[in-house]
Design a protein around this ligand. Structure first.
Ligand code: BES
Ligand code: MN
Ligand code: MN
Length: 475
């Protein structure tokens, strides 16, 4: 392994410069004015995969393209890894809250600041760099590798499911590896045991045909803003439980081992609160903060719009009100079912005199890991080697909608090892990724492949005939 570590050390600076080039492309998938940039970022990934020694192409979808890279030199008898990441980023607004411009990456205090530094360009890049080093120094890997980088994760991956179904055979894999999350704490790496799912909807309330004078009409004509507030107020009871009938029917109880593991984590609740700046914490009664974040479902208002919100006062009776409402889901909740429950609940509680409409936006299923197995154990010991301590098992409150679909369609278990740190400001101003995790992350992945080397020794010389009788490579 000496050659690869020496290569990592001597390549680190150019890797950082390359990552900066990647971060400079404003691939904001949500904004059509950035469509060209988003495609450019996909093309950048394709080029970078080719430089690393993979064959790669940009495959079209009905939205932003997928960058797909392949290295199948381990032969048909060796296992295959699918590495997933995304090259699109969230919008950077509000720009005035950034210390340095979002698409002009900069290192300050050991942190790389840029939109996408943590989510997910920086983490996707670690995988490309590790493959580059291994293929460059040794010319081979113990496993076949397929890298799928999509450009629509931040808008709910609307075209990825049909893509995975269409290319099911090409994407066939024994494990899916994803770095798009955070470690539990600095110096304490983690492997995820869960991701929450998502069900996102818009509630639209319509009253009068247009805005009215609130003196001339108010009191006699219904107010959509008040109607919406009433509807929203019914979504939780006073203990913080969600009131939709049947909402908790599919929520599975977590096993004692997982709960005990969560309880044993070194979690500083006051530091967590302080990090948010909120005066206090709140949530579902009977659960601790980490449980509220990881193993319990939630309902949140993500946005509200109605009436006059400009300077000063305007006496107006709004004609419309709108709320963006999303639910984070846990196994085995189904997003479509939750939206249906929301629809019937809203119909039930809607005040008279207004029309209320629930429009489904996007969704994704929750995910629960199946720990164990060669790949999971390789990830565990690789993290321990790179960080000096074994990883803890943690949940994650965020969502990566395609993970459960990968497992369902491809039959491969997913392994989520993230290298960002808590407080990375994903989706927020001043997003950052620890500069030293560029090296640590790549080291982890090198160690990961070296573990796989031991589990799947090459069945033939790298250039040898494909299919020559593998022994241990047959799983
Ligand atoms: N990488 C995040 C998910 C995540 C966030 C993992 C924080 C770990 C820590 C991903 O890019 C994301 O933002 N997902 C969205 C999904 C949505 C757009 C469908 C999310 O969770 O809101
Ligand atoms: Mn992400
Ligand atoms: Mn994200």
């Amino acid at each position: 392994m000496k050659d690869v570590h020496a290569t990592l050390a001597s390549s680190l600076e150019s890797f950082r410069a390359e990552l900066f080039d990647f971060l400079r492309i404003p691939s904001v998938s949500a904004r059509s004015e950035h469509d060209e940039d988003t495609r450019k970022a996909g093309a950048w990934v394709v080029e970078r995969m080719r430089t690393a020694g993979l064959t790669a192409e940009l495959l079209e979808t009905d939205g932003h393209p997928v960058a797909l890279g392949e290295w199948r030199g381990a032969g048909p008898d060796a296992p295959t890894l699918l590495i997933y990441g995304h090259y699109d980023v969230q919008p950077a607004e509000p720009l005035e809250l950034w210390t340095s411009p979002p698409f002009e990456p900069e290192v300050r205090d050991g942190r790389i600041y840029a939109r996408g530094a943590a989510d997910d360009k920086g983490q996707l890049f670690l995988h490309l760099a590790a493959l580059h080093i291994l293929l460059g120094t040794r010319g081979s890997l113990p496993v076949n590798v397929v890298v799928l980088a999509e450009g629509e994760e931040e808008v709910g991956s609307p075209n990825l499911l049909p893509f995975v179904e269409r290319w099911q055979e090409r994407l066939a894999a024994d494990a899916v590896v994803i770095s798009d999350s955070a470690m539990f704490a600095e110096g304490l790496p983690s492997l995820l045991f869960s991701l929450r799912g998502l069900a996102y909807a818009e509630i639209r309330v319509q009253g009068a045909r247009s805005d009215l004078h609130s003196g001339a009409y108010g009191g006699a004509v219904p107010n959509p803003a008040m109607a919406l507030a009433r509807i929203l107020a019914t979504l939780h009871d006073e203990t913080g439980r969600i009131t939709l009938p049947g909402f908790y029917d599919d929520v599975v109880a977590w096993d004692e081992e997982t709960r005990a593991g969560v309880a044993a984590l070194p979690f500083d609740e006051e530091a967590f609160r302080e990090g948010t700046g909120a005066p206090g914490l709140s949530g579902e009664a009977g659960f601790g903060t980490l449980e509220r974040l990881w193993v319990r479902p939630t309902c949140e208002v993500n946005g509200l719009l109605s009436g006059y919100t400009g300077q000063g006062a305007k006496t107006v009776l709004p004609a419309q009100a709108m709320a963006k409402v999303s639910f984070r889901l846990v196994p085995d909740q189904d997003p479509a079912r939750v939206i249906a429950q929301l629809r019937s609940h809203v119909a039930q509680v809607a005040p008279t005199g207004v029309t209320v409409e629930v429009v489904e936006l996007h969704g994704g299923r929750p995910w629960r890991a199946r720990p164990g197995g060669v790949f999971f154990e390789a990830a565990r010991s690789a993290l321990e080697e790179a960080f000096g301590v074994p990883p803890v098992l943690t949940g994650e409150g965020g969502s990566i909608p395609i993970v459960t679909e990968f497992e369902r369609i491809l039959g491969a278990g997913a392994i989520l090892l993230g290298f960002a740190l808590p407080g990375a400001n994903m989706h927020a101003p001043d997003e950052w990724f620890p500069d030293n995790h560029l090296e640590r992350g790549i080291e982890t992945l090198l160690a990961f492949y070296s573990r796989l080397d031991a589990s799947f020794p090459a069945s033939s010389a790298p250039a040898g005939p494909a299919g020559s009788s593998g022994t241990d490579a047959n799983r």
